[in-house]
Design a protein around this ligand. Structure first.
Ligand code: FES
Ligand code: FES
Length: 183
């Protein structure tokens, strides 16, 4: 039997009617439409589904949504504010902290949970903390470099994500010119 619950997700109250056995991961993705949180292993090993609940990093694939009644949930969608990326999001772009991107929301949420608690961790502390977040593209050094860029305040102050995106599109248009049909 379904039950009514209220979750606060990224500062916004969400009233939902769900089965008591629904996982937080699936409620975020399928009921609320926040598909930034990814499903990897589904058994609490890979960290792709990491979100922050009341300041604690959790695997949303192991967390019942009903158990989060009245709690504050942060997902990757809540990090950018007023059109500005969170420093960790910017650093992952600037320092190439991702390849396919599937593990990236979980990596960033894990790093955020750490930096919220300890803004100046050592590289070894970051490595240990992030050891629960796996990356099949194996870009671990770049992930570490991205997090340490935030720790050491080495992200660009005038970084413009949209501008870079536009430039990339323009460049790709140059590369992939349409081929004229000859017949
Ligand atoms: S999908 Fe949750 S830890 Fe892998
Ligand atoms: S960037 Fe592809 S799995 Fe991590």
């Amino acid at each position: 039997m379904k039950r009514k619950i209220t979750l606060t997700v990224n500062g916004k109250e969400q009233e939902l009617e769900i089965e008591p056995n629904r996982l937080l991961l699936h409620v975020l993705r399928e009921e609320i439409g926040l598909t930034g949180t990814k499903e990897g292993c589904s058994i609490g090993v890979c960290g792709a589904c990491s979100v922050i609940v009341d300041g604690r990093l959790v695997s949303s694939c192991l967390t019942l949504a009903a158990g989060c009644e009245g709690r504050d949930i942060e997902t990757i969608e809540g990090l950018a504010k007023d059109g500005n990326l969170h420093p960790l999001q910017q650093a992952f772009i600037e320092y190439g902290g991702f390849q396919c991107g599937i593990c990236t929301p979980g990596q960033i949420m894990a790093a955020k949970a750490l930096l919220d608690e300890n803004p100046k961790p050592t590289a070894d502390e970051v490595k240990e903390w992030m050891s629960g977040n796996l990356c099949r593209c194996t870009g671990y050094y770049k992930i570490l470099e991205s997090v340490m860029a935030v720790v050491n305040n080495k992200i660009s102050p005038d970084f413009q994500f949209r501008k870079r995106e536009q430039q990339a599109k323009i460049q790709s248009l140059d590369v992939y010119k349409p081929v004229a049909k000859t017949d």
